[in-house]
Design a binder for this molecule. Sequence first.
Ligand code: ZN
Length: 266
Amino acid sequence: MLTRRNLGRALAGLPALAAIAFNEAATAAPVRSKLPLVMLDPGHGGMDPGAIGVSGTYEKYIAINTALELRRQLEATGRYRVGLTRSSDVFIPLQERVAIAQHNGASLFVSMHADAISDPSVRGASVYTLATHPSDAQSAMLAQSENAADRFASGHYKAPTQDVANILASLVRRETRTESAVMQHAVVQNLAQKVPLLVNPARHAGFIVLESAVIPSVLVEMGFMSNRLDEAALRQPAHRAIVAAALRGAVDKYFASVDNGTPVAG
Ligand code: ZN
């Protein structure tokens, strides 16, 4: 079976020219190009505000501001290249976000959100991976509202139905699923030391933005805009820096685990 790992091994056996053609960046910046690319995906943007908080905060601004802080922290380690699916206030359809990550050869995809749910008393961070069957009703509703973001796309764009999302989920490779779970576990562990968590914070559902078959992907709900305390916290740059630091630590743990070749999902 051709996996990302044995593809790398196969390429190592080919003439140098083939290897360079596979990774054009290698000719421009040989050292830098060896660093793994972490693709951050700030949710929503442009005409799609995402959830609107109880005191009027737009999720899209929380998402981009935290992603920019996380990029700064990740780049400061010198261990990663960091990409953003959007670095300004623009709308990008969900599958295009996945395509951006794939075209750039990302090693890890982290989608960042702070959505709303129906019960305003519910608060805390949670982390999602893709699955055909949702872990619980709340996660199913979250995925449904996230997947509906594409209704903001102009023209004749037609968002995939939930059934299509389910079929795609079943096609995601086992290795990708295992590594997504490794990252999910690392994020939950790190966030738990710093911020309140939702009950059972490691959850799964049919999020379209997590559908890459080859890039381990997680979606982080940093808190809920529907909760007054979460919204107030996420409005503070100091709190967003704490969340970003926890995620940066999780990225470190993730690569330490998969680079050892023994990813263990907890
Ligand atoms: Zn969202």
